[in-house]
Write a protein that binds this ligand. Structure first.
Ligand code: XMP
Length: 492
């Protein structure tokens, strides 16, 4: 019954996730016994198959920390100066608890003239330099400031001298226990004798309300595993040096068409210069592209061309491939060399994740699915009554103006042509909440397929045991909610 993937994907059609549907198989295990442990690349192990895209509206340090905390990984984008990108890597590596903190720092000789300084924090942190990454001298609470008869006094006249803090390697439970024990509602977090964050009770409670965090993705250095993207320009070798010094665990070469002399030379250079560093090559969508990058030494492959929600590559350049076909084809060849595949782009629900992973991917990389979350860069705004955040393609004119043109080889061309758009996505809440729920949905999909792990799903598809079919347009409509005048979509 149904078709084997091998037959379905060799008929001259480019299929994407929504085009295909699996036939259910046989269940002989409970949902919770499904194991989603996987590899991003040859040597990077993850507990869940989720990766955040190297895009400037998706992955900076907060996202990288949150992704590692839930067992995945974040890839920090490169649309900024190399030293600034390295600082984001360091910031992610310096933190353990996935708290979102935006402390206000002042020096002892400053004055606080407006209560705006207390808007997002119950305390102002007083440091030697008056900025973060400096020695902690004390705290000013809002109530102490309010009690001042004369606001023009300098901070040292009334601040609470205190170096009381917790170490940045404290996890959330230890911070919570510390706040409880000391009956405090906030404490500074210190890394290498310098303050980096303010952990408030409110923030700790917020995270404790989400599904319990496991061990997360921790590297041999005892810190979060963090990746970063680079381009294929000559100066990206220097960028990589900064990133390696900052402690990255994996580098992702960011290119929309990865099968190029520039990328192949760069992979060889990196493997020679940093033999310990895993390199993810891409993007590729065909077997021969993949073979070239594997031969050059890629430890992982990123698959997808034009499938991203903000991409216009297929329209602008007439090149690309349906994502289901691309993932199946590339994975079938990469698996022979033990190179894990990242299904990049086009993920908009847990079903797409199940499809990508079953068709051979070891992880999914997501942009729009994570943009709009609490941890994504940028601030929320309101549009037609909806709370939204900006999400933009790295090939959009707006992003390229900031430097991301290398991904689209636009830097070598005289005129810039956009291959992406700028848009807004809805507020999705915290990654710490919706990723665990999404993974539970993925486990249910795996259970229906009779696959108790990613490896077992890959074995079932390659042995032609799992069967699938193409859905007609009408079948796709039927597979979605239909025939209702209105409904509320709430999944968890
Ligand atoms: P999703 O669908 O998750 O896709 O939003 C994210 C992926 O899209 C790629 N990307 C782009 N592709 N033009 C493109 O053709 C762009 O401007 C662009 N920006 C990002 C990238 O692979 C990302 O992970």
């Amino acid at each position: 019954d149904g078709f084997a993937a091998q037959r379905l994907f060799n008929q001259g059609y480019s299929y994407t996730y929504d085009d295909v549907i699996f036939l259910p198989h046989y269940i002989d295990f409970p949902t919770d016994s499904v194991q989603l442990g996987t590899r991003l690349s040859r040597n990077i192990r993850l507990t869940i198959p989720c990766v955040s895209s190297p895009m400037d509206t998706v992955t900076e340090s907060h996202m990288a920390v949150a992704m590692a905390a839930v067992g995945g990984i974040g890839i920090i984008h490169s649309n900024l100066d190399p030293t600034d990108q390295a600082a984001l890597v360091k910031a992610a590596k310096a933190r353990r608890a996935p708290i979102l903190s935006n402390p206000v720092f002042r020096s002892p000789s400053d004055r606080i003239s407006s209560e705006d300084d207390f808007e997002s924090n119950p305390y102002i942190l007083v440091t030697e330099s008056g900025a973060g990454r400096s020695k902690l001298l004390g705290y000013v609470s809002k109530s102490d400031w309010e009690k001042l008869p004369e606001k023009e006094v300098k901070i040292y006249d009334y601040m609470a001298n205190s170096s009381e803090s917790v170490s940045s390697d404290f996890d959330l439970d230890r911070i919570a226990a510390y706040l409880d024990e000391k009956r405090r509602d906030a404490v500074a977090i210190v890394n290498d004798d310098e303050v980096i964050d303010l952990a408030t009770k409110e923030e700790v409670e917020r995270i404790k309300g989400y599904p319990k965090l496991g061990a997360g993705t921790v590297g041999g250095d005892g810190k979060w595993v963090v990746g970063a993207a680079i381009g294929t320009r000559e100066q990206d070798k220097e960028r990589l040096e900064h990133l390696v010094k900052a402690g990255i665990n994996v580098v992702v070469i960011d290119s929309s068409q990865g099968n190029s002399i520039y990328q192949i030379d760069l992979i060889k250079h990196i493997k020679l210069r940093y033999p310990e560093l895993d390199v993810v090559g891409g993007n590729v969508v065909t077997i021969s592209q993949a073979q070239n990058l594997i031969q050059a030494g890629a430890d992982g492959l990123r698959v997808g061309m034009g499938s991203g929600s903000i991409c216009t590559t297929q329209e602008v350049c007439a090149v690309g491939r349906g994502q289901a076909t691309a993932v199946y084809k590339v994975a079938s060849i990469a698996s022979q060399s033990g190179v894990p595949v990242i299904a990049d782009g086009g993920i908009s629900n847990s079903g797409h994740i199940v499809k990508a992973l079953t068709l051979g991917a070891s992880t999914v990389m997501m942009g729009s699915f994570l943009a709009g979350s609490t941890e994504a860069p940028g601030t929320y705004e309101y549009q037609n009554g909806h709370r939204v955040k900006k999400y933009r393609g790295m090939g959009s004119l707006e992003a390229m103006t900031k430097g991301s043109d290398a991904r689209y080889l636009g830097d070598k061309a005289k005129l810039k042509i956009a291959q992406g758009v700028v848009g807004k996505v809805a507020d999705k809440g915290s990654v710490l909440k919706f990723i665990p729920y999404t993974m539970q949905a993925v486990k249910q999909g795996f259970q229906d397929l009779g696959a108790s792990s990613l490896q077992s799903a890959h074995d079932l598809i390659r042995s032609n045991t799992l069967r699938l079919e193409v859905r007609t347009g009408a079948a796709q409509v039927e597979g979605g909610v239909h025939g209702l005048v209105s409904y509320e979509k709430k999944s968890f």
